[in-house]
Design a protein around this ligand. Structure first.
Ligand SMILES: [Zn+2]
Ligand SMILES: [Zn+2]
Length: 356
């Protein structure tokens, strides 16, 4: 069992380094020096700090210093953060009764897409979303609420398959004609067989049951070509959720999608018939590979009238989704104001008219 220190120290001044999304490097908040991953690794190797990330022994590490796990006792979310990034409330349900433990094992993503957008970018995007919404509840302009935007890595499974598929279908060709007073219909029935091999790369399956699928669909896609090997140093300043959809469950879902796509492609190849009905299909999964990756998302949940409203931003592309309700009281007051104003004007007109 090995131990490793998670925080990275500035080579110039010794202060703590944080991941810097705009520079894709690590930056010292104190002296503003910036370092690449390689520079940090070299510096730490020279200081004798054990490298946790780059070797396979990371899997065997049971206790990682400087990484905490927070468990929400309301919704069960399991959030991981380094010791400099506090999680004082649950990002999903806003519950403040969360239990903090030292992280123990089993948090071993293989790859990560780092954050390319900063929290300031996310705050600006949220403020942009609010523009032109005069009847927005005050909760959505409350600085304290907006400040709760968090950068969180959402767990995903990615699957690669090579599938050999065979599909059998019953197809018909219908012909009709009239001869004399008789109408003839001739139906030819065919048994069609198609086969082929298909490759699938990186079919994504959400590893978090809490992170809403519709929201994820709205902020996709992620550019998977920017995936890099996971290193705990990407956690600095961010939260990460632990998966609660395990590899087997995710694999079933991804494989189902791959098999259906294979069938669709094979069936589409049966052309020139009146009807085509699939009778059977079989699949031979020649190759399967999976990866546990983390994808960057900024998230803000605001509770209003007992409903949770979620704002989310793709931490890589900046794509946003959000729903801001109308404060009915505010809207009513506004129209009531217009109403009163109209009455006043009408009475004035009446008054002036009456005098004349
Ligand atoms: Zn420094
Ligand atoms: Zn919760």
């Amino acid at each position: 069992m090995s131990k490793a220190v998670m925080d990275h120290k500035c080579k110039s001044c010794g202060a703590e380094l944080k991941f810097n999304p705009h520079g894709q490097n690590w930056k010292c908040d104190y002296c503003k020096s910036e370092f690449t991953k390689q520079e940090i690794d070299e510096y730490e190797a020279s200081r004798g700090v054990e490298q946790l990330d780059s070797d396979a022994s990371a899997v065997k590490v049971e206790k990682v210093d400087g990484i905490d796990e927070y468990v929400c006792n309301n919704c069960g979310a399991r959030i991981v953060a380094d010791e400099h990034t506090s999680a004082t409330f649950c990002v999903y349900c806003k519950n403040t009764a969360i239990i903090k433990n030292k992280l123990v094992g089993e948090f071993n993503p293989t790859k990560v897409i780092p954050f390319y957008k900063t929290k300031d970018d996310a705050v600006a995007a949220f403020k942009g979303l609010k523009k032109g919404r005069p009847f927005m509840p005050k909760e959505f302009s409350d600085k304290k609420n907006i400040d709760e935007i968090r950068g969180i890595y959402i767990p995903f499974w990615l699957y690669d398959y090579q599938i050999g598929g065979t599909l059998e279908a019953r197809a018909t060709r219908v012909k009709s004609w009239t001869s004399g007073n008789t109408r003839y219909t001739k139906t030819d029935v065919y048994r069609c067989v198609r086969g082929g091999t298909m490759r699938f790369n990186k079919i994504p399956v959400d590893g978090s049951t809490r992170f809403n699928n519709d929201i994820m669909n709205s902020i996709e896609p992620f550019d998977y070509s920017k995936l890099v090997d996971f290193s705990h140093s990407y956690l600095s300043g961010f939260l990460a959720e632990k998966y609660d959809v395990d590899a087997t469950q995710a694999n079933n879902e991804a494989m189902m999608r791959a098999k259906n796509s294979t069938d669709d492609v094979l069936k589409k190849d049966i052309k020139g018939y009146s009807t085509v009905v699939r009778t059977s299909s079989s699949h031979n999964i020649a190759q399967a590979m999976n990866e546990y990756v983390l994808l960057p998302v900024y998230m803000l949940n605001i509770k209003y009238n007992n409903k949770m409203y979620t704002f989310a931003m793709n931490g890589q592309s900046g794509e946003i989704v959000g729903d801001i309700p109308i404060d009915k009281k505010k809207a009513l007051m506004f129209f009531f104001g217009i109403f009163i104003g109209t009455i006043v004007i009408l009475s004035l007109i009446w008054f002036i008219g009456g005098k004349m």
